[in-house]
Design a protein around this ligand. Sequence first.
Ligand code: CP
Length: 382
Amino acid sequence: MNPMSLLEALDQSDLDAVYKRSLLTTQGWSDADLASIRSLARTLAGFDRAGLSTSLCPSELAWAVFFDQSTRTKSAWAGAASRLGMQPVIVDGSSTQVSHGETAVETGAMLGMNAHAMGIRHDLILGEGNTFIRDITQGIDDYLAATDDPRAVPVVNLQCDVDHPTQSMADLMWLEEKFGDLAGKKIAVSWAYSPSYAKPLSVPQGLATLLTRFGADVTLAHPPGYQLIDECMDAAHANAANGGSFRVVDDMDEAFADADIVYPKSWGAYDLMLERVDANATGDTEGLAAVEQKALARNAEHTDWICDERRMGLTAAGEALYMHCLPADIGAEVSPGVMDKYKVDVAREANYKVYVVMALLAAAKVPDIAARLTEIAEEASQ
Ligand code: CP
C-alpha cells in the first residue's frame, strides 16, 4: 500500500489528545483515542512494510519490566522501540529492588529520571498489577513535575491483573482487517482447559471490555467458579448498552453456536486466584506452589473445554475465525488440527501488537507525528 494513502487516515487533532498519555486500561481511553492509535498503528505498519525508516525518537531509552514470562509482548516492545530509533531495555522484575520492597512510586521516580518510555507486565496477583502500574506512573509524573522536566515518559500496560490492552487492541485490529465493522458479529470468548499453569484473567477481561464497545454480540463462557472481576463485567455490560450485547454462560457449546469468531483460552479459578494473593502477601512460596497445584487440579475437572473440530462445527458455517493471544496449550485449549488450520492467522493477530505499541509510543512522544510521517513519505517518494 502507498504510505501516502495511509496518512490520509491520520488526524493530528485526534492524536493531540493522546500526546504524553499513558495506556493503563482501554476503559480509560475514549473511542476517539483508541481509533487514533489504530489509525497510527496501521500507518506505521504500512511504513514498515514499505521499508521506510521511522526513527522518530533517536537516543531515547524504552525501559520495560516484566514480573511474568513473555515472548510476544517483550518482542513487540523491543521491535516497536527499535523501529522508532529508541533503545529498548527489558528487565526481569525479580531482579529489581522491587523484590526487596522498594515501592512502585519510588521505582517510578528512579526510572523517570532517565527513561523516555516505560512498559510494565505485572499480571499474576489479583488487585496488585494495575495498582503497581498506576503507582509507577505517579512516581514518574511527580518526579518530572518536581524537576520541571518537559520529557514525555509514557507508561504502557503490557498486561496486568485487570487488562492486557496492547493485546486486545492488536486483537481488535486483526478483527477489523478480517471483518471491517464488528457490529452484529458474534464473538465467543471462552474458558478452555489448560494443564500448564493458572493463567491471568486479564485477557478475557480486556476482550470483554473492549469488544463490547464496537457493537459486537459478545458471549463469555466459563465453568462455574471461573468468573472474572466485577469491575470488568460491569464495564462490559455498560459498553454493550451502546449497541451489541454481552452475556455470560457456563456452556462452551452454547457460546460457540453460530459464532463468527471464537477466542478460547484458559485462566485461573477465581477463588484460587484470591488464595494466591494471600500466599504472595506473606511471601509463602510453598503456599503459592500448593495453590498452583490446586488450580491445575481444578482445571483438570474441565478437560472437555477444548476448541476442537466438533466445536468449530457449531460455529457460523463451521468456519468461525479462531483467535488466541498465544501461547496456546495445544491438545488442551485447542486441538492440534484447529491450531494448524489457523496458525498463520494467530501469528498475524500477534504481529499487530508491534504496531500498537509503536503507535502508543510515537503518539505519546512526538507532538507533530502526522507532519513528521508526511515528511518521511514525501522524502521516500522523491
Ligand atoms: N499474548 C501475550 O501476551 O504473549 P506473551 O505472554 O508471550 O507476551
